[in-house]
Design a protein around this ligand. Structure first.
Ligand SMILES: [Zn+2]
Length: 299
């Protein structure tokens, strides 16, 4: 099939909307078919790739600006990584199969926000509630097409984060929305990787074994890192004051317990053939923690 995949294109792509959600809404506006059925009728694979969904949609005479918006918000897989909104995420950070959403966001404007696919995204920053499992296709696994109660045709909606609390999730959304951001493409992914470690260290007292993961790890880590590495250094210093060393303290481990094993190696022998690139943020964090420990140990 080479012609247009739809006879109408009255719905418009929305901020944070990937091609799969937009496709579902185009189908809803067209007919009563389920999106997965419609997709298979026009030859899109059950395990669809973003590229092919975009390709079908781009056959429609929609504006270049809308195409650009869809391209920006549609995750593309390249070399085992997910490229989305100018950022690059690891495979374990983004899951197509994640079936969570904020019911209240969808009730206000029915479309699927792509950041709900990020594994670290647990609470809606707008409504301050936990994301919930989808209520349809409960037994299905794998990639899925979102479904909605009704079609929204307005251009409308900015993502309103105005009064939203300053949370880890609100940071992610703001960061993804920032089209002009000049940071390195892995900056957000590195941040997401570092936040729970930092949160678990600073949010607990010294412990020889690693404390169980907790939701607060993300928030504590986010607030410790959001201001950059200088304020982080201060927080490590005050944590070390609160968790004062015992008299026999000699090693970094004596000061920070379990976390010593999770610091990036100082003289890490890095082989680009075998190893993933070290997370530069984790390397910097580790250096700060080590330096503060040395200061306390007096060497
Ligand atoms: Zn919400």
């Amino acid at each position: 099939m080479t012609g247009r995949p739809f006879t109408f294109w009255r719905v418009l792509p929305l901020p944070g909307e990937a091609a799969s959600s937009y496709f579902s809404r185009l189908v809803m506006d067209e007919c009563a078919h389920l999106p997965e059925l419609y997709a298979s009728e026009i030859g899109i694979n059950a395990i669809f790739r973003s590229e092919e969904v975009l390709e079908r949609i781009f056959r429609l005479p929609i504006s270049e600006q809308d195409k650009e918006r869809l391209r920006y918000w549609t995750p593309l897989e390249k070399h085992g990584r997910i490229h989305l909104a100018g950022q690059v995420f690891g495979r374990d950070q983004f899951r197509w199969t994640r079936r969570l959403h904020c019911r209240r966001c969808v009730a206000e404007t029915p479309y699927h926000r792509v950041w709900w696919h990020l594994q670290c995204f647990r609470a809606c920053p707008v409504h301050e509630c936990a994301l919930e499992p989808l209520s349809y296709d409960l037994k299905k696994t794998g990639r899925w097409w979102p479904r909605f109660e009704h079609v929204v045709k307005e251009r409308a909606v900015h993502v309103e984060l105005g009064d939203a609390a300053d949370t880890f999730e609100s940071h992610i959304v703001r960061r993804l929305l920032d089209v002009s951001c000049q940071d390195s493409p892995s900056e957000l992914s590195d941040f997401i990787e570092c936040a729970p470690f930092v949160g678990r260290l600073l949010g607990n007292n010294r412990n020889p074994s690693i404390p169980p993961p907790s939701n607060k790890d993300w928030e504590v880590g986010y607030h410790a890192l959001k201001g950059g590495l200088l304020p982080f250094e201060d927080q490590v210093r005050s944590w070390l004051r609160v968790n004062a060393p015992q008299s026999h303290a000699y090693l970094v481990r004596d000061l920070i317990g379990w976390a010593a094993e999770y610091l990036a190696d100082e003289e890490e022998l890095f082989d680009p053939e075998i190893d993933d690139l070290p997370n530069p943020m984790h390397v910097k964090i580790s250096a700060i923690v080590r330096a503060e420990c040395r200061r306390v140990l007096g060497r």
